[in-house]
Design a protein around this ligand. Structure first.
Ligand code: TYD
Length: 215
């Protein structure tokens, strides 16, 4: 199994849009590098061929659920093979802005079967050591993304970012967190706090992973 050859640590940031994942990834990268770790950061959808197609359709018109799922999956398969797996095998810390839980939550919110999708994703995607779920109410999320410019330069939310959609997405994320049988380690981070407090919460959790015997 792929997971058997893994030597580094895979830490995934998830959450609805506007929770501040990219800022916190930069901060965690700095913290880990201070601790002497080699860190690679990345994001999904990637800037590869399939990721670019996804971004384009977010502003030009929505794909069918099946086509959308297929593109996110192809994009992720390349990402795992080209970047995630080799980096972990080289002993690096890999920090990801979104991973297959975004597929389960967003495509699940559109009606995709979460169990089936999870089995398909976990057949090729290396399971993370930790998922940091940055949590914000949908109201706060929409306020934040409402003032953010889209890739076409206009302010406003795209097709992934309606209130109804984000409410469903957040509910699915929270289900992973509250499921006692969930095999992947999830931690909820209160994303309504200021940037420094969020970073401190994250560092504390990651510290326990780095030095499990110290607390
Ligand atoms: P992203 O490029 O992270 O957008 P932003 O920078 O605006 O947060 O992701 C675009 C959208 O794609 C985002 O709303 C979440 C969605 N998404 C899915 O629907 N499924 C997936 O598997 C992933 C990775 C993202």
């Amino acid at each position: 199994m792929q997971a058997d050859i893994k030597r580094g640590q895979l830490i995934v940031f998830e959450g609805i849009d506007g929770v501040g994942k990219s800022t916190q990834i930069q901060k965690l990268q700095a913290y880990l590098e201070q601790e002497g770790k080699e860190v690679v950061t990345s994001f999904e959808p990637t800037n590869g061929e399939h990721g670019a197609m996804i971004r384009q359709t977010a502003s030009t018109g929505r794909l069918s659920l099946e086509d959308e799922y297929r593109l996110f999956t192809l994009d992720r398969q390349e990402h795992v093979a080209q970047l995630i797996e080799p980096s972990l095998a080289a002993g690096k810390y890999v920090l990801l802005d979104r991973y297959y839980f975004s597929t389960l939550a967003y495509q699940g919110a559109r009606g995709g079967d979460i169990e089936t999708m999870r089995q398909e994703q976990e057949s090729f995607a290396i399971k993370p050591d930790l998922v940091l779920l940055l949590d914000l109410t949908v109201e706060e999320s929409l306020q934040r993304i409402g003032v953010r410019a889209n890739s076409n330069g206009e302010a406003g939310a795209d097709e992934f970012e309606t209130e109804e959609m984000l409410t469903k997405v957040r509910t699915i994320f929270m289900q992973f967190l509250s499921n006692p049988d969930e095999p992947v380690l999830f931690a909820r981070i209160k994303a309504s706090q200021d940037v420094e407090s969020i970073a401190e919460d994250i560092e504390l959790i990651v510290y326990q992973i780095l030095y499990p015997d110290s607390l």
